[in-house]
Design a protein around this ligand. Structure first.
Ligand code: T4K
Length: 369
């Protein structure tokens, strides 16, 4: 059988480049606790993302969880169920109640037109996800947030390096949380960051990520530990040097998929969004069994048999997780339910060869009646 192809493969610098980057760590013996690599990485990211304020965290989940905590909120959070577990877990783990809003059928992002109807006197926050790198309806979300004086945190885990209307995506909302996990467009092995508008949020995040330590004898807040270590920061510094090239290579993969699959009845591919510089984080297709002649599960199994690891991101919806014991009514998010049963994320990464993209497309097209 041909080589296995997984849904993604971590981007890495050459071994020499990484070794060169970490050499100074052997001089200083400084491994963590906001050392020189951490601080250099933060400065470089600020510039690349075009943001005023940034705080590095141990991963994307803690970025979300601690940002919510830093805002000291109570009540309900309007969010999407069409996402990775992390988004909903971050809300629930803060003692807040998620209120699930349906999604748009084309971008799979929160249906901003429905948010207002879900607002109650307990609503404190809107937490949308720029899922797959598709940008939410920012204008509408921010208008509703302003009208009802609500905070907005974007889950920007999939959106590294994207711009909207010429501005870094991390500049929108009160805060945007990025993931630098190994499976992301840009990785620092594990890692995450929060970009935010108000410097006071940075002070609270700093306390939360480092035990509230203000000095050797001054513990001013009840914080946790969510610091990024020096080896992760060094990986981030290396990967950042190559990010534009990585995204350009992903673009070629995405274009090939589009060329091969977009005219196929029963296979839907989202359009590129206006005023967005995309990062080609994921390549999801929605399979309509009646039109295509094979279901998502059939295509998934056929690909698996051929050594191709497509993934059902994001199925199941978070509002159906057994962890929540039937607490949420999935019937309230019918579009999300419909899409989650039909969507399949195809492999995409910078080094995916065109012959492999063709191989994947051939397997998919052979599933047709
Ligand atoms: N918000 C959203 C919307 C998210 O999607 C995520 C994470 C978060 C928040 C939280 O961010 P983090 O706390 O994770 O920074 C993966 C990732 O673990 C997760 O980061 C990601 N979203 C989610 C969508 O996908 P799995 O369970 O699918 O990963 P796994 O281990 O099956 O890996 C997928 C493929 O990636 C493998 O088949 C091969 C490749 N891979 C994986 C690893 C771990 C590599 O090439 N190298 C690696 O080191 O969750």
């Amino acid at each position: 059988m041909a080589d296995t192809i997984l849904v993604t493969r971590s981007s890495m610098p050459s071994l020499d480049e990484y070794v060169e980057e970490i050499k100074t760590i052997w001089d200083t013996h400084w491994l963590t606790n906001m050392g020189p690599k951490h601080n250099e990485f933060a400065e470089k990211l600020k510039e690349y993302l075009g943001v005023d304020y940034i705080e590095l965290l141990v991963n994307g989940h803690m970025a979300l969880e601690l940002t919510i905590q830093a805002m000291n909120l109570k009540g309900e959070v309007i969010t999407t169920p069409f996402t990775f577990a992390s988004t909903t877990h971050a809300i629930v783990r803060n003692g807040l109640t998620p209120v699930f809003c349906d999604i748009e059928p084309d971008t799979y992002t929160i249906n901003a037109e429905q948010i207002e109807s879900l607002i109650t006197d307990r609503t404190c926050l809107i937490l949308p996800v720029h899922v797959y790198g598709n940008i939410c309806n920012i204008e509408k979300i921010e208008a509703v947030a302003k009208k009802y004086e609500l905070k907005v945190i974007y889950d920007a885990a999939h959106t590294f390096g994207e711009t909207y209307q010429g501005k870094g995506i991390g500049t929108y909302g009160d805060a945007s949380c990025f993931s630098f996990h190994a499976t992301k467009v840009f990785n620092s092995i594990e890692g995450g960051a929060v970009c935010f508008r108000d410097a006071r949020l940075g002070d609270a995040l700093w306390d939360l990520k480092n035990f509230g330590i203000h000095g050797p004898e001054e513990i001013a807040a009840v914080g946790a530990n969510a610091k990024m270590n020096e080896f992760c920061a060094a990986m981030g510094i290396c990967n950042l040097r190559h990010i534009d090239e990585e995204i350009a290579k992903r673009k070629m993969v995405a274009l090939r998929y589009r060329e091969r699959l977009s005219d196929t009845p029963g296979i839907k591919i989202s359009k590129e969004q206006k005023n967005v510089t995309p990062n080609y984080a994921y390549f999801p297709i929605v399979i309509d069994e009646n039109m295509f002649g094979a279901s998502r599960s059939e295509v998934f199994s056929r690909l698996e048999k051929e050594g191709v690891g497509a993934r059902k991101y994001f199925y199941p919806l978070t509002n159906t997780f057994s962890a929540f014991h039937g607490r949420y009514d999935v019937e309230k998010t019918p579009v999300a339910l419909h899409i989650s049963k039909r969507i399949l994320s195809l492999p995409i990464y910078a080094d995916l060869e065109m012959k492999d993209v063709d191989r994947i497309c051939n397997v998919i097209l052979e599933c047709k009646i």
